[in-house]
Design a protein around this ligand. Structure first.
Ligand code: NAP
Length: 269
């Protein structure tokens, strides 16, 4: 049976995140992986706060956030530390503490997601690494005063292109490798504050960001034929794994990169 939000709720997510408050970065629309994570976290009892990157993007995020009764929906371009600082300062006035963060943000210029990696410009490289990797560190830094010693959890989203060469993924693969290394360093730094930091390495899912990768449709077909589960992963399956990391089920797990990819990454040939 296909796994959807509906039958996820049948598993009775009930009280898994009851009483917890979480912040979500990276909802663009209802296809976003961050949105699957958010809906399931809300079904599991969590209260959520959302950001949108620029004022013009508020109209995409606000209706979704309000559909799950979110009250805090604010602009935050994660590539600007001042905005990240201001976001958490403002949230700190409404919430006594933050229990978890979902970081599902990445960006690279379209021309850097096709052709040869060797042609990546210095500017394109910096942009991709800044938005897709450094923003996690920035979020951790500014969220820390509100999460300290709280038993918190931070989850980010990565992809197999961090480990192996995937055609056209190029600079984003390098950014995801930096992101996964950041997860380990941040897990080490924040562990003393009882905060866990983990990543989900998701298989390809049709989203706005993914459609910017040249040949993405072919990637979906290729993966479907070769995964042990003989299909592509669904956004809700990524969301369910996020719930594991966000909840006490993963209380002993930090610095980990979990593949949620229908098994694609275990296949050699
Ligand atoms: P998505 O719906 O397009 O989400 C990407 C999000 O990143 C958007 O909400 C975008 O905001 C946000 N973003 C980009 N630059 C930002 C900035 N400077 N500040 C704040 N937000 C910014 O695509 P998605 O596939 O769900 O991507 C979420 C994460 O999953 C990404 O890290 C992606 O690399 C990862 N991932 C995706 C797949 C896949 O196949 N879809 C597989 C593995 C990992 P705006 O749209 O408002 O600009």
């Amino acid at each position: 049976m296909e796994s959807t939000v509906e039958n996820s709720s049948e598993i009775n997510l009930g009280k898994l995140l009851a009483g917890k408050r979480g912040v979500v970065f990276g909802v663009a629309n209802d296809h976003s992986l961050a949105w699957s994570c958010s809906r399931l976290a809300n079904l599991a009892g969590a209260e959520l706060a959302f950001s949108y990157q620029a004022p013009t993007l508020e109209r995409r995020v606000r209706p979704l956030a309000e559909s799950i009764n979110s009250k805090f929906i604010e602009q935050c371009d994660l590539s600007d530390d001042n905005q990240v600082d201001a976001f958490f300062t403002k949230l700190g006035k409404s919430w006594p503490s933050i229990d978890f963060i979902i970081h599902a943000v990445a960006f690279a210029n379209k021309e850097d997601l096709e052709g040869r990696f060797v042609d990546t410009t210095r500017k394109g490289f910096s942009l991709a690494l800044d938005v897709s990797a450094y923003t996690l560190t920035s979020v951790c830094k500014y969220a820390l005063p509100y999460m300290k010693d709280n038993g918190g959890s931070i989850v980010t989203l990565s992809y197999y292109g961090a480990e192996k060469v995937i055609p056209n993924y190029n600079v984003m693969g390098v950014a995801k490798a930096a992101l996964e290394a950041s997860v380990r360093y941040l897990a080490s730094d924040l562990g003393g504050h009882n905060i866990r930091v983990n990543a989900i390495s998701a298989g390809p899912v049709r989203t706005l960001a993914a459609m910017g990768i040249s040949g993405f449709r072919d990637m979906l077909k290729y993966v479907e034929q070769r995964t042990p589960l003989k299909r592509n992963v669904q956004a809700d399956e990524v969301g369910k794994s996020a719930l594991y990391f966000l909840s006490d089920l993963a209380s002993g797990v930090t610095g980990e990169v979990l593949h949620v990819d229908c098994g694609y990454s275990i296949v050699g040939m």
